[in-house]
Design a protein around this ligand. Structure first.
Ligand SMILES: Nc1nc2c(ncn2[C@@H]2O[C@H](COP(=O)(O)OP(=O)(O)OP(=O)(O)O)[C@@H](O)[C@H]2O)c(=O)[nH]1
Ligand SMILES: [Mg+2]
Length: 198
């Protein structure tokens, strides 16, 4: 059963005016296009095709708001880093993300989704930069762990840990085998609870 039986899609936004009311607590899922953001959300909420996944990178260019329960939300941010995209689209993405991180009072934490077979990209660092600027705690899901042998996965985790230093926590994750789902949910709940204490 889903840990979030009341979870539901609220709306997609293409501009700050369309963002949902800035109350309660929300956690944003960011990451390179095709890294597995929507798949990770589906595992955490335990519902297939809750957030739409796709084999075509860059399809989700909107900020997608989901309610987890009451005033707790999860936000699927548009993916980045795909090559065949117009400069205009890319600058729209940058402005939208800068606005989002700056404006949202209810934003309590960021999940950065990184394909374990790649190192952190410049775009990942840009997202880490946004989060750091506004003092946002960040947790990295090194996803698609199932694609690597155990030893390789362990090495990759250490490398990313070293790279991140104190800026973020990091864990293995797989939407295929569900590795790391409990740890991810626990971290998500920690972030949402941060909102309640403030
Ligand atoms: N093997 C494996 N495949 C995965 C995993 N997570 C995602 N995928 C696959 O990777 C592809 C992209 O996944 P999505 O979840 O749609 O990625 P996304 O980050 O939401 O992509 P955009 O919305 O385009 O930014 C899909 O074909 C998924 O089935 C995983 O943990 N293991
Ligand atoms: Mg997606």
């Amino acid at each position: 059963m889903s840990q979030y039986p009341e979870a539901r899609f609220i709306k997609s936004a293409n501009a700050p005016a369309q963002f949902v009311d800035d109350t309660g607590a929300e956690v944003a899922f960011a990451g390179r296009s095709n890294a597995g953001k929507s798949s990770a959300i589906n595992i955490i909420v335990n519902r297939r095709q809750f957030a739409r996944t796709s084999k075509t990178p860059g399809r989700t260019q909107l900020v997608n708001f989901f309610s987890l329960r009451d005033d707790d939300r999860l936000v699927d941010l548009p993916g980045y880093g795909f090559a065949r995209v117009a400069e205009k689209t890319r600058s729209h993405w940058g402005a939208l993300m800068a606005d989002y991180f700056e404006i949202r009072q209810s934003l309590k934490g960021m999940f950065l989704i990184v394909d374990i077979r790649r190192q952190l990209t410049d775009f990942d660092r840009q997202m880490l930069g946004f989060a750091e600027t506004v003092g946002l705690p960040t947790h990295v899901l090194l996803t698609k762990t199932d694609k690597l042998k155990r030893g390789q996965a362990a090495t990759a985790l250490l490398e990313v840990k070293r790279d991140l230093g104190d800026t973020a926590t990091v864990q293995h994750f797989s939407a295929l085998t569900r590795q790391g789902e409990d740890e991810a949910r626990a971290r998500l709940e920690e972030f949402l609870a941060l909102g309640k204490r403030q």
